[in-house]
Design a protein around this ligand. Structure first.
Ligand code: PLP
Length: 391
């Protein structure tokens, strides 16, 4: 039986990419903000509905650069429930991360706890739109305005997400996107910073090119974060397929929700109101009253060749370079901790077939003895006993 992974990168037909490669081979411009780089920046601005974009080699360098661009120092309030790059971008800038717990319903930063964590050293907030589901943008901006803080969104999951008909990528001061192979929109590797105005974009463009303004002027200790022409050309082609890819993800999301309905002990995150999501992930929270533990379900799926991922376990605050921080104390992060111990992200990607989705749900249902799922009446103790018999 073939393996199914949590995601499989979307790729356009190879033949369609050839004309792009021929252009690169003809003009010999491989990087340094060439024609494809410029075209992708404007195409993305139009598609996403944002004013300016600076393309990057990946989102991690983009996060590091976004913090540099706004000269962030001291302490930054952020979420422990994310991919490590969120925290690492702070450490690379010599900034102290201050972890704050998430809202148990959305798994995004809880604004009330953000406000409580502000100190005189706080200069910014770095929230994450976890699984592409919007943070409480208004509450966060309100706090930032009151305390004169900057907001840099790690929007790595949030490509194309709109709320009330408007892109969420213009929230805060800057938003950072990832175009990594595992993300909804990929350029093999890549990333971008959404910028509010030309001056900010110009500053960021200098920073991603060693700080060069012209041949003889260097205005900052910049990095090399430029996206290559190869990646930018691929992005232009990928953009032609993105709406179909997201529509297919939405279909799979709906299929999972329908097929998993009535399976006791699993929690799915509610669909946020008035949001065009991108279905970048399909997280399932395995609660205490499910037939088996989260890790047993993870292993059961794996034994069937189905490779879910425990995003985000461990928490960022549990890794060695963070766990000594006062804010990393798990007692202060109960909701993040619980989600981290319950979550499995199930496979979701455009080429996943309906049959495979149903097969995955079948394996999950196998964790429960059949008749109990059928009646929907479950006593946890009895279920555990049955399971031991079944095993
Ligand atoms: C993927 C991801 C990143 C890093 O993106 P790269 O493009 O791989 O550097 C950062 N933050 C979050 C939340 C991510 O999921």
């Amino acid at each position: 039986m073939s393996n199914i992974f949590v995601t499989q990168p979307y790729l356009p037909p190879l033949g369609d990419f050839m004309p792009y490669l021929e252009q690169i081979w003809d003009n010999k411009t491989l990087t340094n903000c060439g024609p494809f780089h410029k075209r992708l920046e404007s195409a993305l601005c139009e598609y996403l509905g944002v004013p300016h974009i600076a393309l990057f080699t990946n989102a991690t360098i983009a996060l590091v650069t976004a913090l540099q661009a706004l000269r962030i120092t001291g302490e930054v309030i952020t979420t422990p429930y994310s991919f490590v790059a969120t925290g690492h971008s702070l450490l690379w800038n010599g900034i102290k991360p201050v972890f704050v717990d998430v809202d148990p319903d959305t798994l995004n930063l809880d604004p009330v706890k953000v406000e409580a964590a502000i100190t005189p050293q706080t200069t910014a907030i770095m929230p994450v739109h976890c699984y592409g589901r919007p943070c409480d943008i208004e509450a966060i901006q309100h706090i930032a305005d009151n305390y004169n803080l900057r907001v840099i969104y790690d929007a790595a999951h949030a490509f194309g997400v709109r709320q009330h008909g408007q892109s969420i990528l213009t929230a805060g001061d800057l938003s950072v996107l990832s175009f990594h192979a595992t993300k909804v929109f990929n350029t093999f590797e890549g990333g971008a910073i959404v910028c509010p105005d030309v001056r900010t974009k110009q500053r960021i463009d200098h920073l991603k090119n060693f700080g060069f303004v012209d041949e003889v002027t260097v205005v900052a200790a910049g990095i090399n974060g430029k996206m290559s022409e190869f990646n930018a050309a691929l992005g232009l082609l990928q953009l032609q397929h993105i709406d179909a890819a997201i529509a297919r993800r939405a279909h799979i999301d709906a299929l999972y929700r329908e097929a998993l309905a009535g399976v006791p002990g699993l929690r799915l995150l509610a669909q946020p109101a008035d949001v065009r999501t991108n279905q970048s992930y399909f997280p399932v929270l395995v609660q205490d009253d499910f037939a088996i533990s989260r890790d047993e379900l993870y292993a059961l799926l794996k034994s069937h060749g189905i490779h879910g991922r425990r995003y985000f376990y461990p928490l960022i605050s549990e890794f060695p370079m963070y766990r000594g921080l006062p804010s990393a104390d798990p007692a202060l992060l109960p909701h993040a901790k619980r989600a981290s111990s319950q979550v499995i992200c199930l496979p979701i990607y455009p080429d996943l077939s309906d049959a495979d989705v149903l097969r995955i749900v079948d394996v999950i249902r196998q964790a429960w003895p059949q008749r109990q799922v059928a009646t929907g009446v479950v006593a946890a103790a009895a279920a555990t006993a049955d399971l031991l018999v079944a095993a």
